[in-house]
Design a protein around this ligand. Sequence first.
Ligand code: PEP
Ligand code: MN
Length: 360
Amino acid sequence: MLIVMEHSATQEQIDTVIQAVKRLGFAPQPIPGENRVAIGVLGNQGYVDEEPFRDLPGIQELIHVTKPYKLVSRDFHPSDSVVTVGGARVGWGLEPVIIAGPCTVESREQVRVTAKAVKAVGAGILRGGGRAFKPRTRPHSFQGLGFEGLEYLAEAGREVGLPSITEVMRIDQLELVAAVSDCLPIGARNMQNFDLLKEVGRVGKPVMLKRGMSTTLEEFLAAAEYIVVEGNADVILCERGIRTFERALRNTLDLGVVPYLRQVTHLPVIVDPSHALGRRDLVIPMSKAAIVVGASGVMVEVHPNPAQALCDGPQSLDPAAFAQLMGELRAALVVGIPSAEKLPQGIRDDAKHGSFPQAY
Ligand code: PEP
Ligand code: MN
C-alpha cells in the first residue's frame, strides 16, 4: 500500500504514520515529493488493511497495490487452475462438469436410484448433497440423515463410479466428511465462517465455495483467499444466486460474475441454477446460459420423485428432465452460433470493423 500524505501534513503526523506502519510489522518507506510525502508500506505478503490508518490525521489517500485476494488473483497466478474431484477435472476451458444429485440424502434407495439415473446420461459428480448434513434456514425443516446419509451417498457414488460430494458444515465434522467426500462444498450460509474456511484450507481435499447470498465478489474472493492462504489451492467457486429486491424467483442469478471472475481469478467457477432460481422449469435454460458464458460446470438438484422430496422439491429435476438437460446442453455446445456468412450484411460489416450500431 502507498500512503499519500496531505501537502500540509506536519512532520509529527508523518512520524505517527511511520510508527503505525512499524507497529503492524511492516517496513515504512518514506518517499519525499515536491509537494507532499508518500509512505510506501513494504514487506507485506498480502493486502494491508486500511482500518488502522483511517483515523490518523494528515493522510490524503491510501492506494492499494495488492488486492485483498492476492493468491486467488490472476496477478499472482496468471494461468488457469484445474481442480480434480475424484476423476473429474474442473477448470476454465475444459469440458464442463455436470454435478447432479438430490438436495439431501433421504434414504439409501433414493440416492442410489438418483446416482444411477444421473450417471447414465453423463453427470460427472454426484451431489447428495452437500446434504447428508443439511443447513436449513428453519429448525423445524428436515435436518438431514447425518453420518448415515454420508455413507449412503459415498456408497451410491462408488456403485456407479462417480465421485461424490457433500457439504461440510462444522469444523468438528470436517474429518469425517473429508474421509468420504471427494470435495468439500461450503454452503452459502457458511461462506464467511472464517474458522471453517481456515480449517478446510489445511485439509488435502478440494473445496467448493458457494457464494453467500448477500456477499460482494470481493468478499467472495477474499473468502477463497482464506482457504488458499492455508495451503489448499484446490478451490472451485460456485455462483448460486444472490438476494436482491426481486421476489419472483428464489434468488437472482448473477451470471455476469462468470466472465468477470474469469478475468480476475485463476480458480474455476461453476453455477448452481437450482438454488438461484428455485424453479425446475428455469433450471434447463439457465444451465445452458451458464455454460455459454464460460462456467466450468453446473450443479443441479435431481430427485427420483421431486413431488415427495423432503427438501427443495420445486427446484429438483426428475431423471427424465435431467436427461433432457444433458441433451440440451450437448446440443447448445455443438450447434453454436450462426457463422458470419449467415448474418445479415450490415451486422457482418459491423462485426468486421469491430463496431455495432447503437440500435438494431
Ligand atoms: C445446496 O447446495 O444444497 C445448498 C443449500 O446450497 P446453498 O448453500 O447455495 O444454499
Ligand atoms: Mn437444496
